[in-house]
Design a protein around this ligand. Structure first.
Ligand code: TYM
Length: 348
């Protein structure tokens, strides 16, 4: 069966921006699920460098960051031979399909995107056009592979709903042409967000109501994947808590965002449910729980950090992984993009 036949095979696509350090939120919210999905699906994992330049980047830092994120994918356990790892800018079809989607998506849809509002801040007139059109490129990333499943953290939900709206509108607007070219009723699948596990939204260690993020000015707000054991220990010990002992039941976490966040992190790292974690630590003080969390975090993240550092030192190897991945990704993307050209009415 070829790529552009009537049935759309299941396929996973996801990506991370190479802008600044990866952190525990990226790891638990996305990467752990990416690794798990390799067992059941064909997966494509992208380093989305074209998304990164929607805000200013230093070219030297960007190059370093692309390689570092690639190293993190490999260190976390993504198999670049069985699946695909590549950087977005090496497959021009992403930009090509994004233009078509710029003409499908409506201004009103993009105006609702909360991430643009947050990132553009007060000085919206000065934000790049790329930052505004970012969700259209993200839809193209997914749909140029006709991917069906997209493992992400909670914060990407709205962007994925937009990707589904774009896919749906394209399928409706071009229904006659899609059928005429032998693709049945729908060319694009409506991609399914996979927001899974106990840590879909890891919060700042300094403020349990704010998301853990690369852009937080305080480095104590996050655990970076490159942090060493001492730094992890220090950050967890300094993490904000409240004066009450830990509860034994889930209801006891209500209104206690810092406690809830640390329990969620423990649960995700240990593979236990939050209920089990509370059973173990409920009634005790934060200090004992934090000591156990330090041990767990160092045991789980240490090997990933070490492997990531080792791989980051070998730029030639990393670049070869990216090139090989891009070559394989491009074959799929080209086939789908040619079909889009036919459907839209371009001559090729
Ligand atoms: P990015 O680079 O901001 O984040 C990468 C992944 O990490 C997740 N994540 C979190 N999960 C839980 N808690 C947190 N505090 C946290 N912070 C980040 C994100 O949800 C994401 O899954 N727009 C995307 C990149 C992208 C993409 C795509 C993703 C571009 N094209 C196509 C999926 C499909 C982004 O900026 O992610």
């Amino acid at each position: 069966m070829t790529e552009t036949s009537l049935t759309i095979p299941p396929r996973v696509f996801s990506g991370m921006q190479p802008s600044g350090n990866l952190h525990l939120g990226n790891y638990l919210g996305a990467m752990v699920n990416w690794v798990a999905m390799q067992r059941t699906h064909d997966c494509i994992y992208c380093v989305v460098d074209m998304h990164a330049i929607t805000v200013a980047q230093d070219p030297h830092e960007l190059r370093k960051s692309i390689r570092e994120v690639t190293a993190a994918y490999l260190a976390a356990g993504i198999d670049a031979k069985k699946h695909i790892i590549f950087n977005q800018s090496q497959v021009a079809e992403h930009a090509e399909l994004a233009w078509v989607f710029n003409c499908v998506a409506r201004l009103g849809w993009l105006n609702r995107m909360t991430q643009f509002k947050e990132k553009a801040g007060k000085d919206r007139e000065n934000a790049s056009v790329g930052l505004y059109a970012y969700p259209n490129l993200m839809a193209a990333d997914i749909l140029v592979y006709r991917a069906t499943h997209v493992p992400v953290g909670e914060d990407q939900k709205q962007h994925l709903e937009l990707a589904r709206d774009i896919a749906q509108k394209f399928n409706n607007d071009f229904a006659a042409s899609i059928a005429e070219h032998g693709f049945g009723e729908e060319f694009f699948p409506l991609p399914e967000p996979m927001i899974q596990g106990p840590a879909t939204r890891v919060m700042s260690l300094r403020d349990g109501t704010k998301k853990m993020s690369k852009s937080d000015p305080s480095d104590y707000s996050r655990i970076n994947l490159i942090d060493d054991a001492d730094t992890i220990a220090l950050k967890i010990r300094r993490a904000k808590t409240d004066p009450e002992p830990l509860p034994s039941e889930m209801q006891g976490l209500a209104g206690r965002p810092e406690a809830e966040n640390l329990i969620g992190i423990f649960s995700a790292l240990s593979g236990q449910s939050k209920e089990e974690v509370l059973k173990q630590f409920g009634g005790g003080q934060f200090s004992a729980f934090k000591a156990a969390l330090v041990d767990l975090a160092v045991a789980k993240l240490g090997p990933v950090t070490a492997e990531m550092k080792r791989l980051s030192g070998d730029a030639a190897y990393i670049d070869s992984v990216l090139k090989d991945g891009a070559d394989r990704a491009r074959v799929i993307a080209r086939q789908n993009m040619d079909a889009v050209k036919d459907i839209v009415g371009f001559v090729r």
